[in-house]
Ligand binder design. Structure first.
Ligand code: AGP
Length: 619
């Protein structure tokens, strides 16, 4: 079951290996933890090689042990979400006595029943993936029809879920067949050669002439041409288009930077993290099945993480305490281990890490385990070291995050913490069905809420980021769950625009930081909803008046309809209405956009900021 994978297919006069490997390399942004190719070689045999690890591992293996080459081939990079990144789980998967090779992007939701059917017929399997079930089904159909397109038609009629499937059969060289439902697939039209790809990056270096395949369609490519039919066999017209991106933009799916792409994916990062975990008003996290006792026995939770992940933890703390009634502390992982913390078997240590490889966090998790604590990892990278070191795992499904500055992973981490809090609350009986139902309803509305902020505010924010291009310092104020968002906004600005930025608890202003306010000082203020707490809202509005009276330039992030801020703010960035605990998921989006906009206005590289690495694997 994979959600974000790279797919390439080729038929033509040229050797396919190099074409497949360079196509897969250009799909890097889709992330991969394993990769593989299959070709029909010049002897008419089907050769396949696949390896866990980065694409380079496969390249090195092919250099050390060359594989026969041929003019028909398919290639795949896997971003595992279910089923670890192992050689066996990597694609392509073979069937029909290894004469058929299949690759897949998506989720076949009914694969378990299909697998049971095939097992009952005596078929055997070598992996735990849903893809191999599709491969065996295709092999069974091909044995009957001896026609790969007909075999596809028989198989897709049985599949439920989202899938892009490509396959080739040794007995039909020069032919690659693909099918898609709710998952991308495009055709590259060459001169005497044709290509398939999960997106145009797979073949843009060879051709810019492309065809988009529609929902529930099957495509057969040969060197001579392309035939597209619907699942019932009817011929369909497909729209040709010219790829306008250059090869480097194509690697980012057409976005100007990975960060821009990933900010745009924040809605689906939340949606994908929620998917499959909300049932009729309550939360069920399959990965936590059988761990109820662990949660029932917890008397304390300590959240450990670094940087942006730690700020996600600070937001999550409010929900965790509210819904589980267990005391929660949030600690920086690199501090935690050295303060000789009082922890034991009744302590649940929750680590948060996008990469799952941050050494500070990993060492803190190991320390916690040595002290007898239970450990749970919230991680975005299947099979990474920190999840492997933990007693329990809740994966975020933000997809690969390539830009060093963490954006979509941040909102996915908060989402996962809320799911965890609701899950533990249900297990411990500290959560009423009404509260649970309301929280689920609020969570389900977040993807659309984030999308609305992107749609209505992005241009406005990018505009004033350009006006502020020469700013040397920005302050961020927040209160309650808005305080960690202020910290996150400041961190983004530091790491992207290289300017001094600092986040404060708004109530802290009068205890010192207000001395920093001078005419023209830019200050972002995350304004709490007036519907949630009139007192907090009033206090923050008076904070705005205090700094405005001293000449600050105030940019307020406030919910739609909140008129109280209008007389005192120079800019007001609007977010949709949401419950108080859910506002952070919306309020952070303008801050991500602003940091990216200011860095871009300064001509800086938003994907690879100076001095930073995506995963800090040293202490
Ligand atoms: C966030 O923008 C930073 N790149 C950094 O703070 C990051 O969040 C931190 O290093 C933790 O990384 P992790 O989530 O992979 O553990």
């Amino acid at each position: 079951m994979e959600r974000m994978c790279g797919i390439v297919g080729y038929v033509g006069p040229r050797d396919s290996q190099a074409i497949l490997l360079s196509g897969l390399a250009r799909l890097e942004y889709r992330g991969y933890d394993s990769a593989g190719i299959a070709v029909i070689d010049r002897d008419g045999d089907l050769d396949m090689r696949k390896r866990a690890g980065k694409l380079q591992v496969l390249r090195d293996d092919l250099s050390a042990h060359p594989m026969g080459d041929g003019t028909t081939g398919i290639g795949h990079t896997r971003w595992a979400t279910h089923g670890g990144p192992t050689d066996a789980n990597a694609h392509p998967h073979l069937a029909d006595d290894d004469k058929l090779a299949v690759i897949h992007n998506g989720i076949i939701e009914n694969f378990a029943e299909l697998k049971a059917e095939l097992l009952a017929e005596g078929y055997t399997f070598r992996s735990e993936t849903d893809t191999e079930v599709a491969a065996v089904l295709l092999g069974r159909e091909f044995s009957a029809s001896r026609d790969l397109v007909a075999a596809f038609r028989g198989v897709v009629a049985r599949l439920e879920g989202a899938f892009t499937l490509l396959a080739m059969h040794r007995d039909e060289p020069g032919l690659v067949v693909g099918a898609r439902r709710n998952s991308p697939l495009v055709i590259g039209l060459g001169d005497g050669e044709n290509f398939l790809g999960s997106d145009v990056a797979a073949f843009v270096e060879h051709t810019r002439n492309a065809l988009a395949i529609g929902q529930d369609q099957i495509v057969a490519i040969t060197p001579q041409g392309v035939e597209v039919t619907d699942f019932a066999g009817g011929t369909v017209e497909v729209e040709p288009f010219e790829v306008v991106w250059d090869a480097s933009a194509a690697e980012k799916g057409g976005w100007s930077s990975f960060m821009a792409k990933e900010v745009s994916e924040e809605p689906e990062a939340v949606a994908n993290t929620l998917r499959g975990r909300l049932h009729d008003g309550s939360v069920v996290i399959p990965e936590l099945d059988g761990l109820d006792d662990l949660f029932a026995g917890v008397s304390r939770v300590i959240v450990i993480a670094c940087g942006t992940a730690a700020y996600a933890g600070m937001v999550g703390k409010y929900a965790l305490e509210q819904w589980t009634r267990v005391p929660v502390d949030v600690e920086l992982a690199h501090e935690f281990r050295y303060r000789d913390p009082v922890i034991g078997p009744d302590t649940l240590v929750v680590s948060i890490s996008q990469s799952g490889e941050t050494m500070d966090t990993l060492m803190a998790v190991k320390y916690a385990r040595e002290q007898g604590a239970k450990t749970l990892s919230i991680c975005n990278t299947q099979g990474a070291t920190i999840p492997r070191e933990s007693d329990a795992i809740v994966y975020t499904h933000a997809g690969p995050e390539v830009a060093v500055a963490s954006t979509k992973a941040f909102v996915a981490q908060i989402t996962a913490l809320y799911l965890l809090a609701l899950h533990i609350g249900r297990v411990r009986g500290s959560l009423s069905p009404e509260v649970s139902r309301d929280a689920v309803t609020q969570l389900e509305a977040i993807p659309a809420g984030i999308a609305r902020v992107l749609e209505t505010e992005q241009e406005h924010i990018e505009q004033f980021a350009r006006w502020m291009g020469d700013t040397q310092s920005v302050l961020f104020l927040g209160r309650h769950v808005g305080y960690p968002i202020a910290l996150e906004g400041a961190l983004k600005l530091k790491e992207l625009a290289y300017i001094h930025a600092e986040g404060f608890a708004a109530g802290e202003l009068k205890h010192g930081p207000i001395a920093l306010i001078e005419p023209g000082q830019a200050v972002f203020v995350i304004v709490p909803s007036p519907r949630a707490s009139r007192e907090l809202h009033k206090k923050v509005v008076s904070n705005i008046q205090e700094i405005r009276a001293r000449g600050a330039r105030v940019i307020a992030v406030a919910e739609e309809g909140d008129a109280a801020v209008l007389p005192f703010a120079d800019e007001v960035l609007r977010i949709p209405l949401a419950g108080p605990l859910f506002e952070p998921l919306l309020a952070v989006v303008p801050l991500h956009i602003f940091a990216m906009g200011l860095a871009t206005a300064k001509g800086l590289d938003v994907d690879q900021p100076r001095n930073l690495a995506k995963s800090v694997t040293v202490e």
